[in-house]
Design a protein. Structure first.
Length: 257
């Protein structure tokens, strides 16, 4: 009998010492960036394989950004400078999801980025899906393209990759063990969220402040802020979270400014 009581007390202490935090919000609201920050602060950052993965993501962000801008210019019938014809052909023939940003690509991307037509398109970035790391990648392309490039902390935080499925990180702060659960925010990912709703200590609901005038990637007719408001209403009234603390995290203040 005493052993049973002792086991129950220990189990209760273990539950009290374990904090499960669920990161929720629309796609692109910055959930994964928070998880990355926790890993950097409390888990000694990222290993060599993870850094190499971030290097590839930033290369892809750079190439896909310039290609999206080029396509959007074409769709909107915005002409690019004739002097950039060679640069345009060179970039159009590269594969954004396979090719690395090598030093020989840099002059072509730089020339196109400075093109008045591309800049005119970029000023309307809220009207079409563009990686939020676009400006950062373009301004730091010389570093990103170096053969011995290893992403630093800011590079890692700026790297953008769509989250699919569910991922967890576990870290300790004083005597508490935190489990932080990150999920994909796109509409087709949300059906997976229900599997994470049990035993949640707190929900951090992320909202991108800069999304007030942007449309969803998966639904170009829906404003991202409107989607966040609707989603927050659903989460805050969900029966699983009746007794759960919900924290609204207003994210992307830098882009909002």
């Amino acid at each position: 009998h005493k052993n049973i009581e002792k086991g129950i007390r220990k189990e209760k202490r273990d539950i009290e010492d374990n904090v499960k935090i669920l990161l929720l919000g629309s796609g692109g609201s910055g959930k994964s960036t928070i998880a990355k920050q926790m890993k950097i602060i409390y888990m000694n950052g990222f290993g060599p394989d993870e850094l190499d993965a971030f290097r590839k993501i930033l290369h892809s962000n750079t190439l896909s950004s310039i290609k999206i801008l080029i396509k959007q210019a074409s769709d909107w019938n915005i002409e690019l400078s004739k002097t950039n014809k060679t640069h345009l052909q060179f970039i159009t023939e590269s594969n954004a999801y396979r090719d690395a940003v090598t030093p020989d690509l840099v002059p072509h991307i730089k020339a196109l980025w400075k093109d008045p037509g591309i800049q005119a398109v970029y000023q309307r970035e809220h009207e079409f899906p563009l990686p939020s790391s676009c400006h950062y990648c373009m301004e730091n392309i010389d570093t990103i393209a170096k053969p011995d490039y290893v992403p630093d902390v800011l590079d890692i935080l700026m790297a953008r990759q769509r989250t699919t499925g569910v991922s967890e990180i576990m870290f300790k702060v004083d005597s508490l063990i935190f489990t932080m659960v990150d999920v994909g925010g796109q509409k087709n990912e949300r059906r997976k969220w229900i599997h994470c709703f049990e035993n949640v200590s707190a929900v951090i609901f992320c909202v991108g402040l800069s999304d007030y005038d942007s449309m969803m990637v998966e639904d170009s007719t829906t404003n991202m802020m409107h989607d966040s408001l609707k989603l927050f209403d659903e989460i805050s009234n969900n029966r699983w979270f009746v007794k759960t603390d919900i924290i609204i995290f207003l994210n992307k203040h830098d882009l909002f400014k």
